[in-house]
Design a protein around this ligand. Structure first.
Ligand SMILES: [Zn+2]
Ligand SMILES: [Zn+2]
Length: 87
């Protein structure tokens, strides 16, 4: 019997116990529903677990190493797309 996320409504892939701390939601759904105290999901909040903040950390780290995060993502999209186009 599948269980569904109380946030997005999609099926939960792990056993339900794994989601008990998050009120039966995906961690992402729980964070953006209850913990992300800003109106904008693209603006990092003060939680140390904020996924938006984590992305910003990674972007900043890449930039500090002289790499362009947008180019890295663009490259990944092209690679994925060319793979799926081949099938
Ligand atoms: Zn969800
Ligand atoms: Zn957040």
């Amino acid at each position: 019997m599948p269980n569904f996320c109380n946030g997005c409504g999609n099926e939960l892939k792990e056993p339900l116990e794994q989601y008990e701390a998050y009120e039966g939601m995906h961690w992402f759904c729980f964070h953006y529903a209850y913990e992300h105290f800003t109106d904008d999901p693209e603006t990092p909040c003060d939680s140390r677990h904020c996924p938006t903040w984590h992305l910003e950390i990674l972007r900043t780290e890449f930039i500090s190493r002289g790499e362009n995060p947008d180019e890295i993502i663009e490259k990944a999209i092209l690679e994925k797309w060319s793979k799926s186009a081949r099938t």
